[in-house]
Design a protein around this ligand. Structure first.
Ligand code: NAD
Length: 325
């Protein structure tokens, strides 16, 4: 669900590369048909519409087995400032959509779900900013709250209906597939790396660093960045883990290393000049957010292989190639 979007399309590419058969359902609200791997089947539909879900499950029904082994969910709305002004819309898409998806899975006896969650569920964690999976979740915006509500719904439904889940909490995702066939296309970007590269490409006059007086080594916020291809590969491992182990899992997906805004800009400057200025802190931004990725490493054997330089160079190459400016 949502396999025509940024992260979903990369997960589909890795699933196909690993030899799996994939069906993508997407309403193309922010995704694009061109992002769907040519070997995956595409079915247009909205997960908030029970009839759309049923149509896909019926169309893919197999004679003696459930239509799907695993459902992967990426079909969310995820722009934090937008969620502040549209909480009803965010809960409708991100929670009601998940409820209907789970109800349809129960109806068709599909027992495994991989869910894209987010570090936003942690809010402003107490301590040194390192998030482990049992760090108390305390979201500070409707986006994070809607994703946490969906996580909780998945847990309860799994318990009641004998399902297994793999919930992944992503940190800051960036980069593009090495083929440069897919990447980040959206134009309402608020993430540091695409915004910096847009400024570098002259598509914004400049970019503003929001606060340089945080209690971090250089005063700018520290975040954990993860390459979208490493993230996508974790989904293959997560789906296979569910099928093999019939056990549920909650895991952070991050590199485990923090980079400040200044460090990210310095890395970007190796490729392109990024005009930038400094402004006030944005309310609600914690000084540091970094993942503990021990669970994904030990349980799934997952290992991030691409670094910050790879994220920046692949995003820039994709933008230049596709005019995804
Ligand atoms: N991009 C990030 O940095 C990031 C970080 C943390 C978590 N996430 C999570 O990853 C997931 C995917 O994010 P993304 O960056 O790929 O976003 P995206 O907007 O590129 O992809 C979302 C996809 O879902 C589709 N979609 C949305 N609502 C739908 C609905 N009701 N029915 C059918 N399709 C629908 C969209 O058309 C799009 O193709 C989301 O669940 C998000 O919460 C993303």
């Amino acid at each position: 669900m949502g396999g025509a979007g940024y992260i979903g399309s990369h997960a589909v590419y890795e699933m196909v590369r690993a030899g799996h058969e994939v069906v993508v359902m997407d309403n193309l609200s922010t995704g694009s048909r061109d992002m769907v791997h040519p070997d995956a089947r595409f079915r247009a539909g909205d997960i908030r519409v029970h009839g759309d879900l049923r149509q896909v499950f019926i169309a893919e029904q197999r004679p003696d087995a459930p239509p799907f082994d695993v459902v992967l969910h990426f079909a969310a709305k995820l722009v934090v400032p937008e969620s502040m002004t549209q909480p009803l819309e965010y809960y409708h898409n991100n929670v009601e959509g998940v409820r209907l998806m789970l109800a349809t899975m129960v109806d068709y006896n599909v027992r495994n779900v991989v869910f894209s969650s987010t570090a936003a569920v942690y809010g402003n964690p107490v301590g040194d900013g390192t998030c482990i999976e049992d760090t108390p979740a305390n979201p500070i915006n409707p986006y994070g709250a809607s994703k946490l509500a969906a996580e909780n719904l998945i847990r309860w439904v799994s318990e009641a209906h004998d399902m297994n889940y793999c919930i992944f909490r992503y940190f800051n995702v960036a980069g593009a597939d090495a083929s440069l066939e897919i990447g980040l296309l959206k134009d309402h970007l608020t993430h540091l790396i695409p915004v910096a590269l847009q400024a570098g490409l002259g598509l914004r006059a400049s970019m503003m660093v929001l606060g340089n007086d945080y209690p971090t080594p250089d005063g700018t916020c520290v975040r954990d960045y993860i390459h979208v291809t490493d993230l996508a590969k974790a989904h293959v491992l997560g789906a296979e883990y569910l099928l093999e182990s019939q056990t549920s899992l909650l895991a952070n997906l991050g590199s485990g290393t923090g980079f400040s805004v200044t460090q990210v800009l310095a890395e970007a400057e190796k490729h392109i000049h990024v005009p930038h200025s400094y402004g006030e802190r944005r309310p609600g931004d914690p000084a540091k957010l970094v993942a503990s990725n021990e669970v994904a490493r030990t349980v799934l054997g997952w290992e991030p292989t691409l670094d910050l330089g790879d994220m920046i160079s692949s995003d820039l190459a994709f933008r230049r190639k596709s005019n995804a400016l």
